[in-house]
Design a protein around this ligand. Structure first.
Ligand code: AMP
Length: 280
């Protein structure tokens, strides 16, 4: 596996690969890799000639009081995992290399970026779209792979790609979970023993909601009340429970047609997210 830290060199390498008609699959990550990330890599391996993974903890998507500094970083372990998956190139730039002049230019996907997680993390999605746009310009992928766990993120990126005519296909991969249902996340390692036990209630509440809907419940308020009841636990504090349209993220009163149920819950100090898409 080749490790490239310089954006210019990465760009030149991708240009060369493109000229050789190699299809480039790209998996952007913030590292501290787990099986969710590796699933994206495996999918990329299946359909692309060359797989490029980036590891970059992007400062512009973290709020001033968020965990940028203490975000888990374990590059040695990450490199070993990526080598095992036979990844071709790891793009591992530093902050100075990505933002040599600070950051004056931002991409904003209006409306979608202010709802759900965007409501409690102002500016977060502008940081995400901007860094992903930069990474697309540097890595020049044919296909880029994102996780459904960050449902809002992949929807916003798809919109950005469409609106700005990026020449890349976005593929979304289902959420990889622990055996008990907790969505795998780099932030799970922050959890204490008690918090880890409580964290399972996120996926449990979503499963309960799905069952209720499958039994015929159409009232979003009733489903939301059941989710909130399931999440009642001394370790948990709800940030948001949203039952909404998966394209616009507008709240739904009646559950009819495709419906996204998205949660953000503080488990101790750790903000966890999960979601389920009901394909009515
Ligand atoms: P992150 O390193 O958290 O920024 O995530 C990098 C990519 O991995 C994003 O596209 C995430 O949606 C995806 N991802 C994170 N956790 C999971 C998971 N449990 N299952 C599938 N994809 C995931």
């Amino acid at each position: 596996m080749k490790i490239i830290t310089d954006p210019k060199r990465m760009q030149a390498t991708s240009e060369f690969l493109g000229k050789q008609n190699k299809t480039i699959g790209f998996v952007p990550t913030m590292g501290a890799l787990h099986k969710g990330h590796l699933k994206l890599v495996k999918e990329a391996k299946k359909s692309c000639d060359i797989v490029i993974v980036s590891i970059f903890v992007n400062p512009t998507q973290f709020g001033p009081k968020e965990d940028f500094k203490k975000y888990p970083r374990n590059i040695k372990r990450d490199i070993a995992l990526l080598k095992k998956e036979e990844v071709d190139i790891l793009f591992y730039p530093g902050v100075k290399a990505m933002y040599p002049d600070g950051n004056k230019t931002f991409i904003e996907v209006k409306d979608l970026g202010n709802k759900l997680c965007g409501a409690s993390r102002p500016g977060h999605f502008n940081g995400v779209t901007t860094v992903v746009a930069k990474l697309f310009n540097i890595v020049k992928p044919d296909i880029a792979f994102f996780g459904e766990k960050d449902f809002q993120q992949q929807a916003i990126i798809k919109k950005m790609v469409k609106d700005l005519n990026f020449d890349v296909i976005i593929k979304t991969i289902p959420t990889v979970r622990e055996i008990d249902g907790l969505a795998k996340s780099s932030r799970n390692r922050y959890l204490s023993k008690d918090e880890r036990i409580a964290a399972v209630l996120l996926s449990k509440s979503l499963k309960k909601a799905k069952r209720l809907i499958q039994k015929g419940e159409k009232n979003a308020k009733t489903v939301k009340t059941e989710i909130i009841r399931t999440l009642r636990n001394p370790q948990l504090k709800i940030d948001h429970v949203s039952i909404c349209d998966p394209d616009t993220f507008d709240d739904k009163n009646t559950i009819k047609g495709p419906t996204l149920i998205a949660l953000a819950v503080f488990c101790g100090k750790t903000r966890l997210i999960d979601n389920i898409l009901i394909k009515n």
